[in-house]
Design a protein around this ligand. Structure first.
Ligand code: NAG
Ligand code: NAG
Ligand code: NAG
Ligand code: NAG
Ligand code: NAG
Ligand code: NAG
Ligand code: NAG
Ligand code: NAG
Ligand code: FE2
Length: 562
């Protein structure tokens, strides 16, 4: 114990003059809660379709809603856009996508396009079998994949159909760095964005941080909650329309959102994953049509062949985007793909592995509490065994960063889970915690839109035998009801700085959101990727458990002395 104390005092005196950014090595941290700042309203109204940022700015024949997405490697990138007029109302007629070509002209110098690439185009419709619901059919949605690009280089491009003299104005992008020990300078992470005054605030701040990549962790536009007229349960979403007339979705919202995002997405690749607000059921039991048709994702390039889950590399970071609204069971295609994808990773080339899906596994807010327990029980062990470093989710409309955790136990080799479902959507911010008196959801609340219900009572720790804790759980390091976005700056193969940018902090000095260095410990946690043999046997060595224990004692001591 003497040496521990010595270490503590050394640490204290050597850092007292500055306020160093903590690292995960200082954890696990004593849980901290910041409730909603009472000077802020919980939310704001939707930006109307008449807002200039949502209005169409070019003629019908010209490309609009231009957006980029990364491919598996930096030598390739997706360019997407929309032409033609979407229709909404009775008797809509789908446009013919063969009437307009999908061309991208590009090159390394502004105005000089040495390369041309063609791609494909398509349309989708959103139809409802009730007179009170408006039918919709989209403009023509184009996707072109550029290939043969150099990593870390700026390219200039135009898109459209040259035979119709309908090429866009010039835009440019910088390709991501090559894998290895090169890292994209800043990656923005945002979830549950919607299109309110809070969402525009989030996106303005995100843009001012000049990210090289945007991770959009599901629930994009909330087109299913714009101008909903109610019915049973207002606002109505996924009411699945036996109750018609109810406006289930207002699809022009997607077009408004595409225009609103274009200044950003035409120059920075944005990677999306589906959330529950993308389900959008329609006639014939069809779902996800807008999500699946509008966004190009590297599904073929990453061997998933499903736009619901895929992976890609951004420099030395391997990203895995998982689908929480398609089969995630061990017996299913997604799980097999995930296992193969994890197995293929070479940590010398991509030392960092970041996974992301919409609905969080670890969440201490009342909202969506334990909603995705089934998914956790199916997949957590696999992610842990392959040493996934960070997990980003949304869905809960507030911020929460977990202590390193595995199977609900503090574990120095568990991923750092972070929830950022607070981009600013119309449902407003979540402010209640499952451990607040009277706020523990009943076991029949929080039923997921997909997958089963696996709610469980804790088997160990202070909440043993209970569904909710009566204080902030030990696995929740920091939680705060604020809108904003996060930035991850990977420094090297073991250090990454994570910062939470709250909307209310814009233009204010000395006011910062959560920040922490996420530190990998490959020596401590190296998983030599053993096959999963038993459900009960822990793959951790004694050494790891010992280190974990010491770390916990130390940090408890540290916290108490403050
Ligand atoms: C959301 O935006 C509105 C309008 O700008 C503002 O009054 C409110 O405080 C914001 N809420 C949060 C939590 O930032
Ligand atoms: C929408 O399309 C469906 C399927 O074609 C049709 O049954 C329905 O009547 C249409 N609704 C309107 C308002 O035209
Ligand atoms: C629907 O629109 C098509 C094409 O505009 C037209 O030919 C057809 O008569 C219309 N049908 C109805 C029922 O209005
Ligand atoms: C376009 O579609 C064809 C046929 O479906 C396919 O072979 C090709 O790869 C597609 N091209 C792009 C860029 O998606
Ligand atoms: C996943 O497994 C659970 C439990 O066996 C089952 O209830 C559920 O229906 C399965 N889901 C799918 C999509 O197969
Ligand atoms: C689970 O915990 C709740 C209270 O948190 C309690 O009412 C319930 O009986 C417990 N269920 C089991 C099976 O222990
Ligand atoms: C990684 O960066 C951190 C923070 O700047 C630094 O302390 C550490 O020494 C670096 N590690 C290596 C291997 O360069
Ligand atoms: C997780 O914890 C539960 C409850 O303690 C236990 O039954 C289960 O076997 C554990 N799972 C793994 C993969 O260790
Ligand atoms: Fe959600």
């Amino acid at each position: 114990m003497n040496s521990l104390f010595f270490f503590f005092f050394f640490f204290f005196f050597s850092t007292a003059s500055t306020t160093p950014i903590p690292t995960t090595l200082d954890g696990p941290f004593k849980p901290v809660t910041h409730r909603l700042d009472p000077t802020l309203r919980q939310g704001s109204d939707d930006v109307p379709m008449t807002d200039p940022r949502l209005a169409r700015k070019v003629d019908s024949i010209m490309p609009e809603q231009i957006a980029l997405a990364a491919s598996y490697s930096p030598s390739s990138i997706w360019v997407s856009w929309v032409t033609g007029d979407a229709q909404i109302g009775a008797n809509v007629t789908a446009l013919d996508p063969t009437t307009v070509a999908s061309e991208v002209w590009y090159g390394e110098e502004s105005g000089k396009y040495g390369f041309k690439q063609r791609g494909n185009s398509t349309v989708y419709s959103q139809l409802y079998p009730f007179a009170g619901l408006l039918n919709y059919t989209s403009g023509i949605i184009h996707h072109v994949r550029l290939e043969g690009l150099q990593p870390g280089k700026r390219y200039y491009y135009k898109c459209g159909d040259s035979s119709l003299s309908a090429m866009s104005k010039e835009h440019s992008f910088k390709t991501l760095p090559s894998p290895g020990h090169n890292f994209p300078p800043r990656i923005a992470v945002v979830g549950d964005l919607g299109l309110t005054r809070n969402s525009t605030s989030t996106i303005d701040h995100l843009a001012s941080n000049d990210p090289s990549l945007i991770l959009m962790v599901g629930d994009l536009t909330y087109a299913n909650q714009y101008l909903t007229t109610g019915g049973k349960g207002v606002p109505c979403y996924s009411c699945a329309f036996p109750d018609a007339p109810i406006r289930e979705t207002y699809q022009p919202r997607w077009d408004g959102w595409g225009r609103f995002m274009e200044p950003l997405t035409s120059k920075i690749p944005m990677m999306v994953i589906e959330g529950n607000h993308e389900i959008e059921p329609q006639i014939g039991g069809m779902t996800f049509q807008s999500y699946l048709t509008r966004f190009a994702v590297p599904s073929q390039e990453s061997n998933s062949n499903s736009n619901f889950y895929y992976s890609f590399n951004a420099g030395g970071v391997h990203f895995i985007m998982l689908g929480a609204y398609v089969d995630y069971n061990r017996t299913g295609a997604q799980y097999s793909w995930l296992k193969a994808d994890l197995h293929r990773i070479d940590r010398q080339v991509t030392p960092w592995v970041v996974a992301s899906w919409h609905s969080p596994w670890y969440n201490s807010y009342s909202s969506h509490y334990q909603e995705f327990e089934c998914m956790r029980q199916e997949m957590e062990e696999l992610l842990y065994q392959y040493g996934v470093d960070i997990v980003f989710s949304g869905h809960v409309h507030a911020y929460e960063r977990m202590n390193r955790v595995y199977n609900y136990s503090l574990d120095p080799c568990g991923p750092v889970y972070i929830t950022v479902g607070d981009g600013g959507n119309i449902e407003k911010i979540d402010t209640e915690f499952a451990d607040d008196p009277g706020k523990c959801p009943s076991q029949s609340d929080n039923i997921p839109e997909f997958g089963g219900v696996c709610h469980l009572n804790f088997s160990t720790g202070p909440a043993k035998g209970k569904f909710c804790w009566d204080q902030q759980p030990e696995w929740s390091a920091f939680r705060e009801s604020s809108f904003g976005h996060g930035i991850i700056e990977v420094v090297n193969a073991t250090y990454a700085l994570w910062t939470w940018h709250r909307n209310q902090d814009s233009y204010k000095e000395n006011s910062r959101g959560d920040e922490i260095y996420i530190v990998r410990q490959p020596d401590l946690c190296s998983k030599s990727v053993q096959p999963i043999t038993s459900k009960t046997g822990s793959p951790r060595s004694k050494e790891v458990l010992h280190a974990s224990f010491l770390g916990f004692i130390f940090s408890s001591l540290f916290q108490q002395l403050f």
